[in-house]
Write a protein that binds this ligand. Structure first.
Ligand code: ZN
Length: 96
């Protein structure tokens, strides 16, 4: 589990990302960026904030292992550890 201070720091970072995403949406951007922000990035950030509230932030949804802090520093909205993320992507490729 992450230390409470680290989680609080990630929460502030996520909230800043969310504000930034909303600000960017008010400006001009290519449609695919807009779609990605509204359909992927913003829901992922909201989901991560919700997981912080539920005290399950930083735990992989697939294998229940802790997601390394280094990964959460780069992608604070990550739901999975790297190996599960790759497994998910492979499954998605097969499903498509
Ligand atoms: Zn995992």
């Amino acid at each position: 589990m992450l230390a409470p201070a680290k989680i609080e720091e990630r929460r502030r970072h996520l909230e800043a990302r969310l504000r930034h995403a909303h600000e960017r949406l008010r400006g001009d951007m290519p449609d695919e960026h807009r779609t990605w922000k509204t359909k992927v990035l913003i829901p992922d950030i909201l989901d991560a904030l919700e997981r912080i509230n539920q005290n399950i932030y930083g735990i992989c949804e697939r294998c229940d292992e802790s997601i390394p802090l280094a990964r959460l520093m780069v992608r604070p909205e990550a739901r999975n550890c790297v190996s599960c993320q790759e497994a998910n992507e492979k499954e998605r490729e097969h499903a498509a």
